[in-house]
Ligand binder design. Structure first.
Ligand code: SAH
Length: 215
């Protein structure tokens, strides 16, 4: 999988290649699915694990903000795949935090991470996954050098802008039907620079009720 993503020019970073090789996607997709196919897959509760190329893309956009010792927040952490990758990238001394609003997916992701190379990080609490509304972020462990949002927001949540450290970067899909993957950089004076990277299609960042009703 990683070899193919390299061949097609999706993965250009050695560090991202190493981390995606270390975190075996087979532990993060339901049994019977093709773990290494480059497509999103259903993980239940109207959620999907993103395609490997999207994971690679987001990791590369955030790479400078996922250095050892840094803090990373994964909102809508779903399968836990990216949270696990964040954990490996920021170790040692860093902190990776996932927030997911469906309790069953929180348990699912923790079980997945436990099978993966990131398992020791759960033990020493440098990686954690919490149940909550990701639109509120997770202030307790912030501010963050890197924030990834894995579901599309109508607008960038205020709490996430606040929990971004100066010099920090957030990658977030914004929009309804058509979504822009936006890259939000917080400057040293606290102002934000926002650019659109590409068009994407994510499930909405919403309430559990709306999600379980099928949006
Ligand atoms: N990056 C994850 C993406 C999962 S899909 C992965 O690749 O596995 C998006 C996830 O966002 C779903 O698991 C969904 O349950 C979650 N989600 C949607 N709205 C949310 C909210 N308000 N707070 C927390 N999680 C949310």
């Amino acid at each position: 999988m990683v070899e193919n993503l390299r061949r097609y020019g999706v993965i250009t970073s050695n560090k991202v290649a190493q981390v995606m090789e270390a975190i075996d996607r087979a532990f993060f997709v339901p049994e019977g699915m093709q773990p290494y196919a480059d497509s999103p897959m259903p993980i239940g509760h109207n959620a999907t694990i993103s395609a490997p190329h999207m994971h690679a893309y987001c990791l590369q956009l955030l790479e400078q903000n996922l250095q050892p010792g840094m803090r990373a927040l994964d909102v809508g952490s779903g399968s836990g795949y990216l949270t696990a990758c964040f954990g490996l990238m920021v170790r040692p001394e860093g902190r990776a935090v996932g927030v997911e609003h469906i309790p069953e997916l929180v348990s699912y992701s923790i079980e997945n991470i436990q099978k993966s190379a990131a398992a020791p990080l759960l033990k020493d609490s440098s990686l954690s996954v919490h149940c909550g509304d990701g639109r509120q972020g997770w202030a307790e462990c912030g501010p963050y050098d890197a924030i990834h949002v894995g579901a599309a927001a109508e607008e960038i949540p205020e709490a996430l802008m606040e929990q971004l450290k100066e010099g920090g970067r957030m990658v977030i899909p914004v929009g309804n039907m058509f979504q822009d993957l936006q890259v939000v950089d917080k400057n040293s004076d606290g102002s934000l620079t926002i650019r659109t990277e590409t068009s994407v299609l994510y499930v909405p960042l919403t309430s559990p009720d709306a999600q379980l009703r099928g949006y």
